[in-house]
Write a protein that binds this ligand. Sequence first.
Ligand code: NAP
Length: 279
Amino acid sequence: MKSLSKYAHSERPPWALVTGASDGIGLGFVQELSSHGFNIILHGRNQSKLQTTITTLKSQYPSREYRTFIHDAEQELTAEILSNLLTSLQDIHLTILINNVGGAGSVTPAWQTFLARSPQDVDKYINLNLRFPTQLTRALLPQLTENQPSFILNLSSFAALYPAPYISVYAGSKAFNLAWGASLKAEMRAEGIDIDVLGIVIAKSQSAVVKAETSFWVPSAREMARKALGEVGCGRKWVTPVWGHAVQQWVLNCLPEGILERVVIGAAKGEKGRSEKVE
Ligand SMILES: NC(=O)c1ccc[n+]([C@@H]2O[C@H](COP(=O)([O-])OP(=O)(O)OC[C@H]3O[C@@H](n4cnc5c(N)ncnc54)[C@H](OP(=O)(O)O)[C@@H]3O)[C@@H](O)[C@H]2O)c1
């Protein structure tokens, strides 16, 4: 991953902030970035789980430094929380932001009709997948600009490209994520600021919530993170870095609209049935 070294350009040690970092793909990003010489601020909601994660990381990467940023991303990111975060980052050289956290969070069942969603659950989805990454990025942009070249990576989903039933707020948030990131990337270019912004489109990947076996179609969380970071410097506004996912995307894009809709509805009904059983 030669391109990552672009963001370790100062004499000061380079830092990355990874959201949703205690598990799943977020932890995969932390491990990959650690192995490439970055110190990490791990964001999460569970202090003791993050501390246990850091203890394990320290045994694997003894020369790396780790800090935590504790906040439940389903809740409002207040000015006070952001101000405390910025104060805690004043002494470090932050050049990478990985907006990873997302999904259904505490909302169950994850697959449900829009009509059956409570206003509180709609807000949790929007906070976790849309408000949190947007406000966090806005708050960190001055520091990332000062430390340029810098890099922002946003985790999106097939849900943005193939909006399935029963996850409408999630799908909409992930589509926002792609368009917002692409606009921000163009804005950085327009303003002559050396901050690259890349959207990552992914389908099913092993994680804390997705317990599927790994295969050509389903990467492990670490592999998912490695493939995503392998796209740093590709120059595109968004990319599907896992081959198995790119093949699925190619096939879906070849289908006529009506058949695609039937395929998406069929798959979503299966997911809804499974998520109701889990509940
Ligand atoms: N995995 C997939 O198949 C898949 C597919 C498409 C898109 N994605 C996207 O990829 C990203 C990562 O997904 P993932 O499956 O790895 O996620 P995950 O396994 O559900 O969660 C991983 C991390 O997010 C943290 N987290 C969850 N809710 C949080 C909250 N409210 N506040 C703070 N931290 C929270 C978890 O903390 P705790 O340890 O405290 O729970 C954990 O550290 C998401 O943006 C997701 O939408 C994933």
